[in-house]
Structure formats: C-alpha cells, structure tokens
Design a protein around this ligand. Structure first.
Ligand code: SAH
Length: 283
C-alpha cells in the first residue's frame, strides 16, 4: 500500500512543487488533525512548524525535512517577516512546503500575514483550516463554547498584542457587556489585568472562569475558578501556558460534561448545573 492509499478514498489534492500549504495542526492531540492535513504531511518535502504543533504529528512525516519556526509570547514581528520570506525561498527552490501551525492558521496565528506575503511574492498557496484551541481545547475540558441556555454569541480575544502588553485597542467594556462567553487566547500572562478590567466593566465577580492549559494533550490541566480570584488561583496552581481562559456560565456545563473525568470512572458532579429543571432536549 502506498502512503496515499492509507487515506480514505477521495480525490485528494496533489502537493505540487513550489506551493506552500498553510495548514492548521489542531490544538495538540494528533487525532484532531484533518484528513487534508494528513494528506499534506504525507506529501510535503519541508515542514516549517510552530512551537505549539504536537511532536507526535511530525512523526507522521518522517521523510520530510522539519524546520522549527517557533516563537512564543509577543516577540517582535521582524521574525515573522523572516519566516514568511523563508517560506518564499523554499517554494522558489521547488519544494513542497508545508507550513504547519497550531490550531487554526487564521485564528490568532498570523496565517493571514504569511499567506499575504506568499501571494505578494507570487507563491501559490492552499489553506487548510484546523481545530482552534479556543473551541476544541474547551471541548476537551467539557465546556461547550456555545450552549443554548447560556449564550447566543461568543467572543474570542487575544490577551496580549504584538508588544506583549494587554491589547489597548480592546474595548473591554463592550466585550464584558456584549458577550456572555469570552474565550481568551494568550491570556495567562495578563490574567490579573484582564479579570480586573472585566469586573470593572460590569461582569459579576463570581462569573465562572476556566483555565485550560496544554488542552487536548496528555498534560492537559483545567482550573475552575471565578473572575475575582482567577489570577491568584492560577498562580497558586502553578498553571503554565499555553492556556485558554474561558469566562462565562458555559463553564458550569463542565460539571456535567467533563467526559475525561468520566472516562476515569468519576461521576458527573451535577446533571443540571444551570438549574434548568427539565430534560436538556425539552425546549
Ligand atoms: N492558531 C491557534 C492559536 C495561536 S495563538 C489556534 O487556533 O488555536 C497561541 C495561543 O493559542 C496560546 O498562547 C494559547 O492561548 C492557545 N493555545 C494553542 N494551543 C493550545 C493548547 N493546546 N492548550 C491551550 N491553549 C492553547
């Protein structure tokens, strides 16, 4: 059997030399890769990958040349340009270049910038979306990012900007008041300021908060807390990035939906954590 035949029968795209495929690798668990990503791994000559791409995933492309392009935590963007130009150079050498990024390449991943630079340099690009940590990572913690009884909208925000500071352009007041559920990427470093801003903007001090670190990996940790004490609790629990911070009552659903705890034999803590009082499906 050839490598390609290991994929289910489909008209899989052929990776042509000189192309860059910009691909999301999901939040960590290799099982959360898409089949397009797997098809890409099977054909790539070179894989340029980020810090948050699970090492297990790279093992699925043993013949490709692996180049680490990681950068963590609000470093200057000059390096970003170097990465993009390196991709251009590899493509021009006639390589099949797989640019592999954690989660989804277009969610706080600078995928748009990279794709734009490639296209500006005449390099053809394919985009392969991935499961973003703010959705899939929370699902692994038993938190539905939308839940009919809780929220009709969700806001995804980044906890720091390019300089590493809390994004000054964010209108915390609108976010706090306009969105029942807030999902914060890169939020741990500034969790104290963020939670303070949200309380100042009118969120209840006891609004539920979950912090999920290394979501979907064997190291996944989940801390349940409330806005007022989140910063202190994160510190005390020694939580380490990468983390997703989720604010809002959707967090309560973890009491019934923590499926990983159930796999360990634990019983749900509360079958009706939002106090609906009737079967979930009855509307
Ligand atoms: N493109 C990515 C996000 C890149 S920004 C995506 O769609 O998921 C990097 C941030 O994503 C991290 O600082 C963290 O906030 C979050 N993140 C990525 N993988 C994560 C994981 N496995 N667990 C928790 N947070 C994660």
């Amino acid at each position: 059997m050839t490598e390609a035949e290991l994929l289910p029968q489909n008209d899989w795209p052929v990776f042509e030399p000189g192309w860059v495929w910009l691909c999301g690798a999901g939040p960590g668990d290799p099982g959360l890769l898409t089949l397009h990503a797997l098809n890409a791994l099977r054909q790539a000559d070179v894989i340029v990958y980020d810090a948050l791409v699970g090492q297990g995933i790279l093992k699925w492309a043993p013949h490709a040349h692996h180049i680490y392009a990681g950068k963590r935590g609000g470093k200057p963007s000059a390096k970003q340009r170097d990465i993009s130009l390196h991709l251009v150079e590899l493509a021009r050498k006639g390589k099949k270049v797989l640019r592999l990024k954690g989660g989804d390449p277009f969610v706080f991943g600078r995928g748009g910038e990279e794709a734009q630079t490639l296209i500006q340099h005449g390099v053809p690009v394919r985009i392969i979306p991935g499961i973003s940590a703010g959705i899939g990572g929370l699902a692994y913690a038993g938190i539905p990012v939308t839940h009919r009884d809780v929220n009709q909208s969700v806001t995804f925000v980044t906890g720091h900007d390019q300089s590493g500071a809390t994004p000054s352009s964010l209108d915390w007041k609108s976010i706090a008041q306009g969105s029942q559920v807030i999902v914060i990427y890169m939020g741990m470093k500034h969790i104290e300021q963020i939670t303070e801003q949200l309380i100042l903007a009118g969120r209840p001090k006891d609004d539920p908060v979950a912090i999920v670190t290394s979501a979907t990996t064997a190291d996944q940790k989940v801390l349940e807390t409330i806005l007022e004490t989140a910063a202190k609790d994160v510190l005390e629990a020694g939580m380490q990035p990468p983390s997703i911070v989720c604010v809002g009552r959707a967090v309560e659903m973890r009491k019934v939906l923590d499926w990983q705890a159930m796999m360990q034999g634990e019983m749900p803590r509360n079958l009706d954590p939002l106090g609906r009082g009737k079967p979930a499906e009855a509307s």
